[in-house]
Design a protein around this ligand. Structure first.
Ligand code: RFL
Ligand code: PHB
Length: 393
């Protein structure tokens, strides 16, 4: 067994773990990031695409915004399509000058990894059997194997940034966790295609046949999603069927039809809302998807991971620079307050835009009326815009 030492041991090299490592390093705090997958795998995962201003600011602090500045697209508005009828919400107007940036999570991951390694940061990919230990004491450690050698990483704190299926949350005794969960009876079939999107802004569409979303990956690709059954068989969805369904849900009489092109990736994402409380157990801190999941309809998963990391890195900074435990003591409460507001918004966007099987005529009318109200009320549009561009970090 080889023993190593760092100040903060980070489990997981997704956006949360990478951002934490970067911010700590910029403040002179050491960390080691342990990741179970290969670098290639991590750098090719396709996920979120819409960034709030707080996320963009953090990428700047992490010195990982050099490509984002050139390639990110500013979006000042978004569209809703209700049974083929399209309306725009001016995010900029209704959020007092704010906007969102469209730039893929894949690119963010690539940029964070290259900046971190380029500045001498340590990320161990392909780490096996990663396990946080003794975090109920002030001398925790993480054990792992790499290239068949056993290691023990001693640290002051452990950050569990290992996503929903990670190991960190599972090590906290069940009796000390409170779990809040909702599963939705639908999923998203997502595609990335070599084809321009139907509009230069995102379109959230609801239709008698279900939800669809038209997004993009700058400079030239479209990223689109269809509400589907969680057990959808991808073999029964050849490309032509996907394109036809996207066109139908956007509306056949629409001003800008769906452009077809080569489909580069296809996948099915289940939908769930999930929160564990608290986010701290002794010297182990959970952040990002390890602690909470939102359904992707509000484009919040990645952004929420980033606000957790801002609070957590500030807390560690306060500990190391000011010898104060106030930040780490308050981390869970502070992060959960923003998490629950974002859970609410993501649940609302999801519920109002998706059609459930056997939806009653009453529920259908209420849902459509909610959308009609949204698109005709300045107060409702302001509320949507405030949440969509992101509540303050
Ligand atoms: P991540 O990105 O899941 O990263 C966790 C990392 O931990 C590693 N890991 C381990 N490492 C060491 N030891 C272990 N035992 C480990 N177990 C796991 C994993 O390999 C991984 O590298 O979590 P993080 O950093 O908290 O970031 C959160 C975001 O990735 C996430 O919220 C969003 O991507 C959610 N999400 C989406 N959000 C959106 O806002 N819009 C989207 O369109 C969108 N699409 C998605 C998504 C999440 C998906 N998942 C989780 C399956 C599509 C998918 C498919
Ligand atoms: C995406 O571009 O992948 C995306 C955009 C908005 C969402 C979800 C996903 O709400």
């Amino acid at each position: 067994m080889i023993t190593k030492r760092t100040q903060v041991g980070i489990i997981g090299a997704g956006p949360a773990g990478l951002m934490l490592g970067r911010l700590l390093m910029e403040q002179g705090i050491s960390s080691v990031i342990l990741e179970t997958k290969t670098r290639d795998y991590v750098e090719s995962r396709i996920r979120a695409g819409v960034l709030e201003n707080g996320t963009v600011e953090l990428l700047k602090d992490a010195k990982a915004d050099y490509r984002l500045k050139k390639e990110g697209q500013t979006h000042n508005g978004l569209e809703f399509s209700i049974n083929g009828q399209r309306s725009r919400i001016d995010l900029n107007h209704f959020s007092k000058g704010k906007s969102v940036i469209v730039y893929g999570q894949t690119e963010i991951t690539i940029d964070l990894i290259s900046t971190h390694i380029g500045s001498g940061g340590e990320i161990i990919f392909n780490a096996d059997n990663v396990l946080p230990n003794k975090f109920d004491t002030s001398k925790p450690n993480i054990t792992y194997q790499h290239n068949n050698i056993n290691y023990q990483l001693d640290c002051d704190f452990i950050a569990g940034c290992d996503g929903f299926h990670g190991v960190s949350r599972l090590q906290i005794p069940i009796k000390d966790q409170t779990i809040f969960e909702r599963k939705y009876p639908y999923a998203w079939l997502g595609i990335l295609a070599e084809a321009p999107p139907p509009s230069n802004e995102l379109i959230y569409a609801t239709h008698e046949r279900g939800f669809a979303l038209f997004s993009m990956r700058p400079p030239s690709r479209s990223r689109s999603y269809l509400q589907c059954s969680p057990d959808l068989d991808l073999n029964k969805w050849p490309d032509t069927r996907i394109w036809d369904e996207l066109q139908t849900r956007l509306g056949s009489k629409t001003e800008s039809p769906v452009c077809e092109g080569k489909i580069l990736a296809k996948g099915v994402t289940p939908m769930r809302s999930f929160v564990v409380e608290p986010l701290r157990y002794g010297h182990l801190f959970l952040a990002g998807d390890a602690a909470h999941i939102v359904p992707p309809t509000g484009a919040k998963g990645l952004n929420l991971a980033m606000s957790d990391i801002q609070y957590l890195s500030d807390a560690f900074l306060n500990f190391y620079k000011n010898n104060s435990t106030a930040g780490i003591d308050n981390y869970s409460k502070k992060a959960l307050s923003r998490i629950w507001k974002t859970e609410r918004f993501s649940w609302w966007m999801t519920s109002v835009l998706h059609k459930i099987e056997n939806e009653s005529s009453f529920d259908n009318r209420i849902r459509l009326t909610e959308l009609e109200y949204l698109l005709s009320s300045e107060a409702a549009m302001s509320s949507l815009a405030e949440n969509y561009v992101g509540l303050p970090f």
